[in-house]
Design a protein around this ligand. Structure first.
Ligand code: BGP
Length: 481
């Protein structure tokens, strides 16, 4: 069977985020972002969100892997790898330290000018996230984060400034990283991400999360409209964390429970892509008597500011059941519903269920739902890596994970007719884990000498997966065996 390649213009890249790679957390006028007050956790140990910076605590974003000072060396490695695109974020607090200023911080703008010029020198297309969990901490303190509609205008102003500044250097943009990564409200870390919500005692957290999420969606729509005015060639996408939830059994309640659980995610991408609040959400707000504040003008903005593509992360899938004999984490979306492990898949050391077919399922399902180009902007395998005495790092498990997911991605394109812009595996170089703050939950094809406690030389070295991915890109996906 002739090996089907991916198209010539397919974007092969790697993905990171400013707070997980740059360091220099307080250099050149940068303000404190909400990532800068998150301490290091560990596998199974949540990160702590402190009030401001507390002396003596370990904040991994403060140095990360010092990309801020080493980006030329790293981009040279990315070019040698063969990347034709590279996803990262602009750290909002480099541009507006507090977030509500009128004038931007010129030193911050100059850093990203230099970064994008270095990428373009090697013909590597920047793919830029505007908010990747880096909202200014001051907007949390003074306004309560995105629960406050004033923050919409501050975000839109920041986005306009950088889209105007880099209009001839950046074509691919996305607004809020994993905007739905707050829906569960069961983990304060997730409520922290893009929204930085400050709750008041006694209020319903889910109601406030819906308000903050809707405010972000309105901000995103405004940015799409303004971006297209700045440069009609811009491709501005959303960014969703898709974790497909399968019914555990063919019991009809399990099938319906899976639909209702997925609606928690689809609330965000339905608005991004279709430009209106879905009926299932309006009914839910009515049932819960949630007072969500929005105007007719804001509804018009949502309708006019739909995205050009659906960017998304895919790592794992989940399973839901209503079978009484199965134990699991109870969820409110459907009577008797519980999230359970899928007995047909393996999981990583961090409990993430490994399901390559799930990527094809997501690609097929989302393309059917929205009929928009798709962009896989995160996919990867966090694992413990070992550096041998001879300096080599053998990571066959990472190659296996990525190979199987690329094979499914090719099926979606070549057999299911999905329009796919590109693939940027997460953590192309070892960086700080968002969920745990660890360095040792490694995703990279480039190893960085730094451990969870922050010890190490920061030296970079190529893992086996580096040479494997180099051949995958060279062969446009044909040679990923
Ligand atoms: C996604 C985030 C990324 C990255 C990734 C890997 O949710 O968008 O920023 O963190 O997860 O997760 P982790 O770093 O927790 O292993």
């Amino acid at each position: 069977m002739e090996k089907k390649n991916l198209p010539e213009n397919f974007l092969w890249g790697g993905a990171v985020a400013a707070h997980q790679i740059e360091g220099a957390w307080n250099e050149a006028g940068k303000g404190v972002s909400i990532a800068d007050v998150m301490t290091a956790g560990a596998n199974g140990v949540p990160r702590e969100i402190t009030t401001g910076i507390v002396a003596g605590k370990n904040y991994p974003s403060h140095e990360s892997i010092d990309f801020y000072h080493r980006y030329q060396e790293d981009i040279k490695l990315f070019a040698e790898l063969g990347l034709n695109c590279f996803r990262t974020s602009i750290n909002w607090t480099r541009i507006f330290p507090n977030g509500d200023e009128t004038e931007p911080n010129e030193a911050g703008l100059q850093f990203y000018d230099a970064l994008f010029d270095e990428l373009l020198k090697y013909k590597i297309e920047p793919v830029i996230t505007l908010s990747h969990f880096e909202i200014p901490y001051y907007l949390y303190e003074k306004y309560g984060g995105f629960r406050n509609k004033k923050v919409i205008a501050y975000f839109v102003h920041y986005a306009e400034v950088v889209m105007e500044r880099y209009k001839n250097k950046v074509k691919y943009w996305m607004t809020f990283n994993e905007i739905n990564n707050q829906a569960d409200g069961q983990h304060d870390l997730h409520v922290w991400t893009n929204s930085a919500i400050r709750f008041k005692s006694g209020e319903n957290k889910e109601e406030i999360i819906f308000q903050a999420g809707l405010n972000e969606l309105i901000a995103s729509a405004e940015v799409v409209k303004k971006g297209h005015q700045i440069n009609p060639d811009f491709q501005i996408g959303c960014m969703m964390a898709y974790v497909p939830i399968y019914p555990y059994s063919s019991k009809p309640d399990d099938v319906m429970a899976a639909v209702k659980v997925m609606n928690r995610r689809y609330f965000y991408s339905d608005i991004h892509a279709k430009g209106k609040i879905p009926g299932y959400t309006l009914k839910y707000w009515e049932k819960m008597d949630y007072q969500i504040d929005y105007t007719q003008e804001e509804l018009r903005i949502l309708a006019e500011g739909t995205v050009d593509y659906i960017g998304f992360s895919y790592y794992m899938s989940g399973t839901v059941t209503t079978l009484p004999e199965i134990t699991g984490a109870v969820i409110p979306d459907y009577a008797g519903a519980k999230i359970v492990n899928n007995p047909y898949v393996e999981m990583s050391d961090w409990g993430w269920q490994i399901d390559p077919v799930g990527l094809r399922y997501v690609l097929h399902t989302i393309y059917d739902r929205y009929d928009l180009p798709l962009f896989i902007v995160e996919n990867g395998f966090g694992a413990y890596d070992k550096k041998e005495a001879n300096g080599q790092i053998h990571d066959p498990y990472r190659i296996a994970y990525l190979k199987e997911h690329i094979k499914q991605m090719k099926k979606a394109v070549n057999e299911d007719g999905v329009e796919l812009i590109g693939y940027t595996p997460w953590g192309i170089i070892d960086i700080v884990s968002f969920g745990t703050g660890e360095m040792e939950k490694r995703y990279g094809m480039i190893y960085v000498d730094k451990d969870n406690a922050g010890n190490g030389t920061l030296a970079r070295s190529k893992k086996d997966s580096y040479r494997w991915y180099q051949e995958v890109i060279r062969s446009r996906g044909a040679n990923c065996e």
